[in-house]
Design a binder for this molecule. Structure first.
Ligand SMILES: [Zn+2]
Length: 185
């Protein structure tokens, strides 16, 4: 018989019964660290607390992400609203001249953090797997009028100021990059 002893790390982990009643297709001495069912090597998924069956991973994802449509909508509205304001700020910063790019490098990430924090506060402990994506898209749409549009216009009319019109876009990229990094934590 199987003489391999697994040391329980946390009681809650061992007591967890994976839903779905996993069955190994072939006899195996390996066991799921959570539900203790025999586990086929090809199905085993490695976690910090040992190998687990595929159902454990599914259940974990399902319990970890609890946000509903309301939370996604809230995230989108916050990101859009703040995106409009941030777009305007980035446009104004882009106009100040010599230090515009330098200032933008500070303003962009700060704006991204601001949006991420606002969404976190609004949604409380509810997490959504794709909240970061919804927020990123809504931010870009909100800020586009003040950042992307002027650059497009400058490009189309062949304005010599085109290169400076790109500064707010740099800021927007930094904003969205920081926002995604913060929300994915
Ligand atoms: Zn299991």
């Amino acid at each position: 018989m199987n003489t391999v002893t697994t040391v329980p790390t946390r009681e809650a982990d061992v007591a967890f019964d994976c839903p779905g009643n996993y069955r190994a297709a072939t006899p195996s001495t390996l066991r799921c660290a959570k539900c203790d069912r025999p586990l086929a090597v090809k199905d085993a998924q490695r976690t910090p607390t040992g190998y687990v069956c595929p159902y454990y991973v599914k259940a974990r994802v399902a319990t970890f992400y609890t946000a509903g449509p309301r939370h996604y909508l809230l995230a989108a509205l916050i990101a859009f609203g703040l995106g409009v304001g941030i777009g305007l700020v980035l446009q104004l910063v882009g106009r100040i001249g010599f230090f515009a790019l330098l200032l933008t490098i500070f303003v962009g990430p700060a704006a991204g953090s601001l949006i991420a924090e606002a969404i976190r506060r609004a949604n409380g402990k509810e997490r959504g797997q794709y909240i970061w994506l919804v927020a990123a898209i809504a931010t870009v749409i909100g800020a586009a009028y003040f950042t992307v549009l002027p650059a497009l216009v400058a490009l189309l009319v062949g304005s010599p100021g085109f290169i400076f019109a790109l500064i707010p876009i740099v800021g927007l990229v930094l904003t969205v990059g920081t926002l995604i990094a913060r929300l994915k934590l």
